[in-house]
Design a protein around this ligand. Structure first.
Ligand code: NAD
Ligand code: UDP
Length: 342
């Protein structure tokens, strides 16, 4: 297949690009590098021994995107291009609505004009909101989100639903990711956050490599077995394989289908810290701090729909995730070294 990855230079996009190349597909990436580095693409090409067609462009701009679709002859597209920081979205809601909604609308308009009909969208478990019981199933209603980032995901899902309802040729797969962590086992590509990491695993990895002094565990008094929050961590390489399966599904179906991509097994913050310590042999100093506003005590997937319909199941363990995250971090202490770091 020939696949367009919008935002394909980022963390999940780069791992998906690598998985696609390794499976023999052709990959075009359009990215404005607002949160990524062209170095990731260079490394993917190196690892796969194949070329990526790379376009520096803004997915919001039709003048950037339309020529790519007109000339690409694509079988499908994956829409990763979005801003993803929950905290930043509270500070800069307009930026988040503008970027995330506009990329989606422009992509759908350009697809319609060029008769490209299969699209995979990077959604999130955050759309379940706070009132559904765990584990989350795809047929549960979307909930109210506590931040603009989550609201953009919920709004974009609705846009895709409406677009698919109006166009019988369109095939949309909404993938609700749980907590992607880890890195390709080569240690050559991985998660490279700008500034202080918001997410748990990059923070732990930066403590391990000496860039941060200690981890603050956000809350130790939740109604969970050890008092810390539980999440469904999923290896980014398993997630990447899920996109391959979703693309195969999308090109042979129409309509709008939702799949959770998670393992179905929750781990607490402290279990994750301990597992990282075990596989890396590095002690992670931590303190228990206040709860972070908006965090749910527990979030995990019912992952059975993807297994049944896509024939996809996460294979890698929490040990694999921690080992690969550490392998990436220790080989690249400052990430790709082309982004602003502190
Ligand atoms: P990322 O920031 O590493 O990747 C996003 C990519 O999109 C970056 O390369 C960025 O430069 C690019 N981009 C953003 N706006 C753009 C624009 N207007 N034009 C062109 N490129 C643009 O993030 P990621 O972790 O790889 O996430 C990919 C997608 O998955 C995002 O939509 C994110 O919201 C979603 N998601 C991520 C997680 C997670 O924990 N990483 C969880 C759930 C959902
Ligand atoms: N977390 C933490 N300290 C940090 C970052 C995260 O204790 O520095 C906790 C957070 O409260 C949550 C879990 O780790 O329970 C996963 O958080 P992350 O931001 O990675 O993902 P989220 O589930 O919030 O999307």
């Amino acid at each position: 297949m020939r696949i367009l990855l919008a935002g394909g230079a980022g963390y999940i996009g780069s791992h998906t690009a690598l998985a696609l190349l390794r499976a023999g597909h052709e990959v075009t990436v359009i990215d404005n590098f607002v949160n990524s580095s062209p170095e990731a693409i260079r490394r993917i090409e190196n690892l796969a021994g194949k070329q990526v067609s790379l376009i520096r462009g803004d997915v919001r701009k039709k003048t950037d995107l339309l020529p790519v679709l007109k000339n690409g002859g694509f079988d499908g597209a994956v829409h990763f291009a979005g801003l993803k920081s929950v905290g930043e979205s509270l500070q800069k809601p307009i930026l988040y609505y503008r970027n995330n909604i506009d990329t989606t609308l422009t992509l759908l308009e350009c697809m319609e004009e060029t008769h490209l009909s299969s699209i995979i969208f990077s959604s999130s478990a955050t759309v379940y909101g706070s009132n559904n019981p765990v584990p989350y199933r795809e047929d549960m209603p979307r909930g109210l989100c506590t931040n603009p980032y989550g609201t953009t995901k919920s709004m974009m899902e609705q846009i895709f639903h409406d677009a698919a309802a109006a166009n019988p040729e369109l095939s949309v797969v909404l993938l609700r990711y749980f907590n992607p962590i880890g890195a390709d086992s080569s240690g050559r590509i991985g998660e490279d956050p700008q500034g202080i990491p918001n997410n748990l695993m990059p923070y732990i990895a930066q403590v391990a490599v000496g860039r941060r002094e200690k981890l603050t565990v956000f809350g130790g008094d939740y109604p969970t077995p050890d008092g810390t929050c539980q999440r469904d961590y999923i290896h980014v390489s398993d997630l990447a394989q899920g996109h391959l399966k979703a693309l195969e599904y999308a090109v042979s179906h129409t309509g709008c289908e939702i799949f959770n991509l998670g393992t179905g097994t929750p781990y607490s913050v402290l279990e994750t810290v301990r597992t990282f310590e075990q596989v890396s042999g590095v002690k992670i100093p931590y303190v228990i701090g206040d709860r972070r506003e908006g965090d749910l005590p527990a979030c995990w997937a019912d992952a059975s729909k993807a297994e049944k319909i896509l024939d996809w199941k996460a294979e890698r363990t929490l040990e694999d995730m921690c080992r690969d995250a550490w392998n990436w971090q220790k080989n690249n202490p400052m990430g790709y070294e082309t982004l602003h770091k502190s």
